[in-house]
Design a binder for this molecule. Structure first.
Ligand code: ADP
Ligand code: MG
Length: 561
């Protein structure tokens, strides 16, 4: 096929524009992103070659090569990984084939300072090359194919693709540096960027050997290349030998995230299954957290060989924000998604990892309250799904929940069930809560009046998932949870005698009124009662204990059910 000129997708143009402006102060990350992609490409080749050794084309020494040319003012990053076909180049580079992208981009304001954090959430990836380059030439050949492809762009809205010959498989990227970016045409500078960001990469990153100097200071050019990084899988190292920065950089690579993680758990497990887990809790929810087609999840390795990335089978749905690596010593190398689904061994690994993550969150809640609050505001609503989803860990998950409460002002969700129990009044045996559509509706509900009057704390639930939560969480630490908007008002020992008598007297006195209201409302209500649950409001709606709450009914109606 001949050369063709194509336009970037609108979103790519926006991303490019923003990135160049917003990330300028941290421009060296382009190298991290390109090395990260090269490493992923080698992982993919290694995996495909498990079935088809011919893909190695006689060259099984996977590596990433980095070099620069001072005169041409170029930097070249080359890998001998999987490479791309022409159609793959067009699909992967020039388009952002991710669901939710349009909505994501509609949030951008055009103000670089405001939008830069959004970019982080999206991941910068390949396009970060244009932070330092005004022209990028990518030449690639997919393993096992004969035809190579060249892609070239000046980052200005268009790119070209053409067929070319390429001897070795894999991808080579040449960055033509912008005016003023000459600092990267420097051996020392490039090496230090690699050490800083890419030391953990699982395969050698090679650079030309440094020249030596003779007695008169004359340069003697060196032959060959040498490995610049540690080139072993980070998770196989001892915890004591890994710095926080290294953990953080590794996270950015596996999670395709731009930010540092909030917390991580790293452990080697021996038992029925032998595996290593290195799992992270991100700092910020990805834009596709609620998207069924989300791409990222946890990466499964078997004996250091990357097998697949999965967001369904290695972690339960309610922990779908977790990122990282599980490396098994026991699973077969040919493990597929289908096998994952049914495998008891995977189930064992999964449940072990879930416990690790819950432990990590408990530790965060206990010892780093501010970070836990960040976690909660980003992922609390997802974690709540776990109470119904994961029966085995229900009590632990419930312990991690945080709620708004009548005990505090404001909408912050920062009261745990344990906090609540610690404040329960003498003789109180239930945990009271209310569900409503909004925080304000919960706080101002007439159902609260009598509780407030008696000094009984009520948890205020107003997230969408709270109805489901309330239906699956009926008890915590031996205490029943009771909706204040359901059933007969039962205040137990907090009901006072005088009030009871007053209610009975009132019931008699207002019998005619009640009958009249019943007559007027007919089938629309089950019953009309005189109550002491109100202090200021004249009337409120109550549902029976086992009926749907008014709020759930509203939600279902809104969903068209
Ligand atoms: P991400 O790495 O998060 O997928 P990038 O923007 O970094 O996003 O890369 C986009 C896609 O381009 C990759 O998913 C991959 O399919 C392809 N790609 C990029 N670099 C390479 C490479 N060196 N070899 C093969 N494919 C690559
Ligand atoms: Mg990438």
């Amino acid at each position: 096929m001949s050369k063709e000129t194509l336009g970037f997708q609108t979103e790519v143009k926006q991303l490019l524009h923003l990135m160049i402006h917003a990330l300028y102060s941290n421009k060296e990350i382009f190298l991290r992103e390109l090395i990260s992609n090269a490493s992923d490409a080698c992982d993919k080749l290694r995996f495909e070659a498990l079935d088809n050794g011919a893909l190695y084309e006689g060259d099984g020494e996977l590596a990433i090569r980095l070099s620069f040319d001072k005169d041409a003012r170029t930097i070249t990053i080359a890998d001998n990984g999987i490479g791309m076909r022409r159609d793959e180049v067009i699909a992967n580079i020039g388009t952002i084939a991710r669901s939710g992208t349009k909505e994501f981009f509609s949030q951008l304001t055009g103000d670089a300072a405001k939008d830069s954090h959004l970019i982080g959430q999206f991941g910068v990836g390949f396009y970060s090359a244009f932070i330092v380059a005004d022209k990028v030439t990518l030449t690639t050949r997919r393993a096992g194919e004969t035809q190579g492809t060249r892609w070239e762009s000046q980052g200005d809205g268009e790119y070209t693709v053409e067929d070319v010959a390429k001897a070795g498989r894999g991808t080579e990227i040449v960055l033509h540096l912008k005016e003023g970016e000459d600092e990267f045409l420097n051996d020392w500078r490039l090496r230090s960027v690699i050490t800083k960001y890419s030391d953990h990469i699982n395969l050698p990153i090679l650079m030309p050997k440094r020249p030596e100097y003779d007695d008169e200071g004359k340069e003697i050019p060196a032959e060959g290349s040498e490995t610049v990084n540690q080139a072993n899988a980070l998770w196989t190292r001892n915890k004591a030998d890994i710095t926080d920065e290294q953990y953080q950089e590794f996270y950015k690579h596996v999670a395709h995230d731009f930010e540092t993680p909030l917390a991580w758990s790293h452990a080697r497990i021996e038992g029925r299954q032998e595996y290593t887990e290195l799992l992270y809790v991100p700092r910020r929810a990805p834009f596709d957290l609620y998207d069924r087609d989300r791409r990222h999840g946890v990466k499964l390795y078997v004996k250091r060989v990357f097998i697949l990335e999965d967001h369904e089978k290695l972690m339960p749905q309610y922990l779908r924000f977790v990122r990282g690596v599980i490396d098994s010593n026991d699973l077969p190398l040919n493990v597929s998604r289908e096998i994952l689904q049914a495998s008891r061994d995977v189930e064992t690994i999964k449940s072990g990892c879930v416990k690790k993550v819950l432990g990590l969150l408990e530790d965060l809640a206990e010892n780093r309250k501010d970070d836990y609050a960040t976690f909660w505001s980003e992922f609390g609503r997802v974690l709540k799904e776990g109470v119904g989803e994961d029966i085995a860990n229900k009590e632990r998950i419930a312990g991690l929940l945080r709620f708004a409460s009548t005990h505090n002002d404001g909408d912050a969700q920062d009261v745990s069930l344990a906090d609540y129990i610690g404040r329960m009044k003498e003789g109180q045996d239930k945990i009271y809560f209310i569900t409503a559509e909004t925080p304000a509706a919960a706080r101002n509900s007439p159902h609260l009046e009598v509780f407030v009057k008696k000094g009984l704390e009520v948890l205020l639930l107003s997230d969408r998932v709270d109805e489901w939560l309330a239906s699956s969480l009926t008890e915590f630490d031996g205490r029943k949870l009771q909706s204040v908007a359901k059933g007969e008002l039962d205040l137990g020992q907090f009901a006072d005698e005088a009030e009871k008598q007053h209610q009975e007297a009132a019931a008699n006195e207002f019998k005619d009124v009640v009958d009249a209201i019943k007559g007027a409302l007919g089938d629309q209500v089950k019953d009309v009662r005189v109550t002491t649950r109100l202090t200021d409001s004249p009337a409120c709606l109550v549902v029976e204990n086992f009926d749907m709450s008014g709020n759930l009914e509203r939600l279902l109606k809104a969903a068209g059910q």
